[in-house]
Each structure stands twice: as C-alpha cells, then as structure tokens.
Design a protein around this ligand. Structure first.
Ligand SMILES: [Zn+2]
Ligand SMILES: [Zn+2]
Length: 339
C-alpha cells in the first residue's frame, strides 16, 4: 500500500500521509465544479457517509429514542434520564467502537497510523495516570451530561414555543425546504463555530485553566476527542445555539449537536483512514487536527473552510509549512520581547 508501510516511519515512529493537506475543493479558486461534485457526491464522500450517516443517527434518535414534544413541555426526570441514557450509550458505542477497532482488535495494525507511541500510562498528566481512562472519564462524566443538558433545554424551549426566528405558517414546502437547508449548512456551522470557540480557548488564561486539559493529549486516540474541561464542553457544544435561532424543527438542533458530539471520535483516532476490507477507506483521523495537537499553534479549525489559511495559521504538513510556522512564532516572540 502506498504511503502506509511502517518502514516509511521516521526514527520516532511517526508517519505522515504523502503530499500537502488540501482544503475541501469548495475552497478552490478558480472554482472547480467537477471536483466539488465528486467530493460531495462520490462514496465515500462529504454527503455520504460522512454527514448523512450522522443525520441518519439523529433521525433514529429523534424518531425512536426521544419522547414527543408534548411530553417534553414540562421538565420531568423520566425523559431527561432517558435522553441521558441514550446519549451515554451512543457515545460509548461510537468512541468505544473506534477505540476497540484500532487499539484493542488492532484491525489495521499500524497501517496509516500517525505515531506508534503507545497511550500514556503512569503519567501524572492524566487522571489515574492513564491516558485512555482519563479520556473516557472526562468524556462520559462531563460531555454526556452537558450534551444532555443542551438537548433537554432545546426540546423544552421548542415544546413551549420559545425558539425560532422564522415562522413560515402552514407552508409545508417552505418549512421542509428550510429544514433541508439547515441540514446542508450544519457541517459549515460546525466548522465556523469550532474555529471561533477553539481560537477563544487558546487565549492565554482560558488555555491555562480550560483547554490545556484537551492538549494533554499530544498523541491522540478516539477517546481524546471529547476529553475536555467541562467549560470547554459548554463552549464546544454551544454550537446548538445557532439552530436555536434559525431552525424550525428540533431535529436540526439534534443533528447539529450530533455532529459536534461524534465527529471527534474519528478525527482524533490517530489513524489517517479507517479501512474496511481491502477496498473501502473512510477518511478518519484528521492529519490537519493531529498537527494542531502536535504543534499547538496551527490548524485551529478544519479543512472544510479556509479559516486557518485566512488567519495565517494553516499548516499543510509539509516542511515548507513547518518553516513558515517557526518563522511566525519567532516573529511573535520577538514582538513580545520588544513590547
Ligand atoms: Zn487547541
Ligand atoms: Zn483535539
């Protein structure tokens, strides 16, 4: 397999994909409609399975694992507990499943894995001196209650008619058209919100007190994805505020929340792709975000939108980008010293 054999690793056991990281083709100039169509419509691609799969999970959760809005008009323990249990089960299945696949069953061995360094054990940086256990506890004990709280607030607010800026009356075509537009926009809303929240978390005092918890994971695994300080969970999942304002249906809000909740499992997997059989390769670990964990001051967003490129923090994984980043940091240090 090209670019995937362990003998291409450096002395530190690191491997990186060939070539520079490319942004999604929607960012190309001049526009490249053929590439965009291929990127969006081919399998595996942007629409299917990456976003449609999570939409499907949200539809299933909404249809069969969520009480009716009428029942959720008043806050009651039974339905809040139901949503909490459903979220805990989904998170455990998604993050645990990816962890088992790569690191327990070793289905890909070290093929397309960024580093062969094992997860930290005996390190005081982590709760119980164990990286995986630390990451699991932070995910299950903090992210699940916060996701649930946001979701419960959403349903209660919707059920009581407090949400939604727009009202299309009884026009079903407009209602479902708006619903579909919100679905299509959800990954972009996620990308912009994640970038802004992440930049905020790198402000010195917020970084020290909050975001440094996530950055303890220099080498990442699936459970590192949501291993965050509770305040970071509050900021990260506040993406749901956008559908609070714009959406007409609670499913839009649930989908937005699910994207934020589940995408980090694969994007922190530590593997560039998840291989199924001999032919199917699902884009997985984002080398883009892996470099953020490795070098810290680059790639605050994702590769869907050009935000890092616009703000001068894009690292495409090449030697040239590495040099550029060092130069930027040197200039910043010099400016700090002279001020
Ligand atoms: Zn960060
Ligand atoms: Zn991360």
């Amino acid at each position: 397999m090209a670019g995937s054999s362990t003998d291409e690793r450096n002395a530190a056991g690191e491997w990186r994909p060939d070539g520079a990281i490319a942004l999604a083709p929607i960012n190309a100039w001049p526009p490249a409609p053929k590439k965009v169509a291929k990127w969006a419509l081919r399998f595996p691609g942007f629409l299917w399975p990456y976003n449609a799969f999570w939409l499907l999970i949200a539809v299933v959760a909404w249809t069969w694992l969520t009480p009716s809005l009428a029942q959720m008009q008043t806050l009651e323990v039974w339905w809040i507990a139901l949503i909490f249990a459903r979220n805990a089960a989904l998170i455990l299945t998604c993050f645990g499943g990816v962890h088992l696949y790569f690191y327990v069953f070793r289905r890909q061995q070290d093929d397309l894995r960024y580093t062969t360094r094992p997860f930290a054990k005996g390190s005081r940086r982590f709760l119980f001196k164990d990286q995986v256990l630390d990451n699991m506890v932070r995910t299950l004990a903090s992210s699940v209650p916060i996701i649930t709280a946001y979701e419960v607030a959403t349903y209660w607010l919707f059920a009581n008619g407090y949400l939604g800026l727009f009202d299309f009356g009884t026009n079903q075509a407009l209602f479902w058209g708006w619903f579909a537009l919100m679905v299509l926009l959800a990954p972009f809303i996620h990308a912009v919100h994640f970038y802004l929240g992440h930049r905020l978390l790198h402000v010195r005092w917020l970084y020290k007190t909050v975001h440094s918890v996530h950055h303890k994971n220099v080498d990442v695994g699936p459970w590192s994805g949501l291993a965050m300080h509770p305040v970071e969970h509050l900021i990260y999942f506040s993406t749901i505020v956008v559908p609070w304002v714009l959406a007409l249906h609670p499913l839009n809000a649930l989908y937005q929340l699910h994207l934020a909740a589940f995408l980090p499992a694969l994007s922190h997997s530590g593997y560039d792709k998840l291989k199924v059989g001999d032919t199917l390769e699902i884009d997985g670990g984002s080398h883009f975000h892996y470099l953020h964990h490795k070098y810290f001051d680059c790639n605050y967003g994702g590769s869907l939108l050009p935000l890092d490129r616009i703000f001068g923090t894009f690292h495409d994984g090449t030697e040239a980008a590495q040099k550029q980043m060092r130069e930027r940091l040197r200039e910043r240090r010099a400016a700090l010293q002279s001020s």
